[in-house]
Design a protein around this ligand. Structure first.
Ligand SMILES: [Zn+2]
Length: 241
């Protein structure tokens, strides 16, 4: 099920948000590089040093910049997720990924129609796939509530999940995405990106791939970093191919 924009009320509210600069603020936030179009690149990219006083040393090593498409679920009159939480999650993701030469950035923000704030059942997850074409970007859905129906992989029940299509439909082949609930801590996004690039869970409490993780100190190991790079390169080549 893909709901498209015939709802006048929705369009009116969307315009109001745009007028308030909410979505533009998400894209243009000083922590994120602004991209005018979605891209995922395995090539060396000239660092964009604007707004980043620490940039020279850290950005110089980035070889892979991976675009994120944000899909913001709506609840009544407002977006389902606090943008400040998202900002922290993006910052946390790049802290963990940059040492392995990967950076994620928000390339596009799309408002969801109403009806996707609660992702609880298989049919909900499948409906999200309709919004997540294999277009070279990592699709991240920002919702209010995530719950498990019968799901193989989700984290702490209600905070985030990584979904990958494993069925036979040609239309959905290769589709995958990440969902973040509104109570997701800052590490959830990078944890789910870890899954997206091929990592399994780890039992170490200081590891970002532990579903037990707590506190601010978690990292990826060097071996996980190698695997993430391989997974990210595959993600990019699969979409290109
Ligand atoms: Zn997990």
């Amino acid at each position: 099920m893909v709901v498209r924009g015939g709802d006048r009320g929705f369009v009116t509210r969307a315009r109001r948000w745009l007028a308030h600069g909410f979505l533009m603020g998400l894209i243009a936030g000083s922590l994120w590089l602004t991209g005018t179009q979605a891209q995922a690149s395995g090539e060396r990219v000239v660092p964009d040093l604007r707004n980043d006083p620490q940039a020279p040393g850290r950005r110089a090593a980035v070889r892979m910049r991976i675009a994120v498409t944000l899909h913001v679920a709506t609840m009544g009159d407002r977006p389902a997720l606090d943008p400040r939480r998202l900002e922290r999650a993006m910052r946390r993701a790049n802290e963990a990924l940059r040492q392995f030469g990967i950076e994620v950035f928000v390339a596009r923000v799309a408002l969801m129609p109403e009806g996707f704030a609660e992702i609880k059942h298989r049919r909900h997850r499948r409906a999200l796939a309709g919004f997540a074409p294999s277009d070279g970007t990592v699709h991240v859905f920002l919702v209010d509530t995530v719950e498990l129906g019968s799901l193989l992989r989700a984290d702490r029940g209600v905070r985030g999940l990584h979904w990958r299509y494993r069925g036979l439909s040609r239309k959905l082949r290769n589709r995958e995405y990440v969902v973040l609930g509104n109570d997701a801590p800052a590490t959830t996004l990078v944890h789910e990106i870890g899954h997206l690039f091929g990592l399994e869970h780890d039992l170490g409490r200081q590891n970002l791939m532990c579903s037990c993780r707590e506190g601010p100190q978690q990292v990826f190991t060097r071996a996980q970093g190698v695997e993430i790079r391989r997974g990210a390169a595959q993600f990019i080549s699969r979409i290109r191919g």
